[in-house]
Design a binder for this molecule. Structure first.
Ligand code: COA
Length: 260
């Protein structure tokens, strides 16, 4: 698939996806959501890619939300479909990707933009980042998982405050809330994300994918997370990565995981 709104670059075992609609502050229109779905799907299949970093183009925005001009005239039915399709194609898809995804929040992350950052496995922000779920100011509610993931990440009371006021918080407050893990100067944002990506890349890709699955299971009411953990733990013992990891430890050398 040829991408128009998404750029992909690779740096050793790390792929960087840049949402590239800077004149619209990288707002998520339908085409961009579709392209992101395919970009993540392709990169997950690529065994050379150990980590994905997601960011926005330019210095102003990560993503300023879903593209308001596209849904302003939607009916109830179309609105529901927009949310369900988007959640399935992008937000749940990213959250459950077996390859870890770091959000490099380089500016405004509003509405669908913050929801996308929250669907990533963790977040690092630049000092100029501003985050919020302003949907109620438009007469809607967050529809890409925001009412679920924000309370999971920062607690119900803080999420209620953010969603009901529709206000933005700055990077320092987001750090205090635990919404982002680190805040750095914008010029150091990608370097810091690459540092984490490098550390992750040293580890077993199979174990990492099981860890993501088990952690996510704990936030799914219909699944017993402990049970998923036990099964995933057991499965690790049948992998070449486990053999290599334990052998390398005993041989006092760095593991070279086959990723299987
Ligand atoms: N959907 C569609 N277009 C958007 C957008 C969105 N969510 N966010 C920004 N844009 C567009 C603007 O319409 C403008 O386009 P134009 O130049 O063709 O008019 C361009 O991006 C630049 O935005 P602008 O508003 O001029 O920048 P600003 O610096 O004055 O304000 C924001 C920045 C982020 C505060 C402001 O753009 C904003 O409030 N955006 C909407 C945020 C939102 O409500 N998101 C949730 C959607 S559910």
């Amino acid at each position: 698939m040829k991408f128009e709104n998404v750029l992909i670059t690779t740096d050793r075992e790390v792929a960087i996806i840049t949402i590239n609609r800077p004149t619209k502050l990288n707002a998520l229109n339908k085409a961009t959501i579709e392209e992101l779905h395919h970009a993540f799907k392709d990169l997950e299949k690529d065994k050379n890619v150990k980590v994905i970093i997601l960011t926005g183009s330019g210095e102003k925005a990560f993503v300023a939300g879903a593209d308001i001009s596209e849904f302003a005239h939607f009916s109830e039915k179309e609105g529901g479909k927009l949310a369900s399709k988007g959640q399935k194609k992008l937000f749940d898809f990213v959250e459950n990707l077996s390859t870890p995804v770091i959000a490099a929040v380089n500016g405004f992350a509003l509405g669908g933009g913050l929801e996308l950052a929250m669907a990533c496995h963790f977040r690092v922000a630049s000092h100029n980042a501003r985050m919020g779920l302003p949907e109620v100011s438009l007469g809607v509610i967050p529809g890409y998982g925001g009412t679920q993931r924000l309370p999971q990440l920062i607690g119900r009371g803080r999420a209620m405050e953010m969603i009901l006021t529709g206000g933005m918080i700055d990077a320092a407050k987001a750090l205090g809330f635990g919404l982002v893990n680190y805040v750095v100067e914008q010029e150091h944002l990608m370097d810091l994300c690459m540092k984490f990506a490098g550390k992750i890349s040293n580890n077993s890709p199979v174990a990492i994918s099981y860890a993501i699955k088990a952690i996510n299971a704990g936030f799914n009411n219909s699944i017993n997370g402990y049970k998923v953990e036990i099964e995933a733990f057991g499965s690790c013992f049948g992998t070449s990565d486990f053999k290599e990891g334990t052998t390398a430890f005993r041989e006092k050398r760095k593991a070279n995981f086959p990723g299987a």
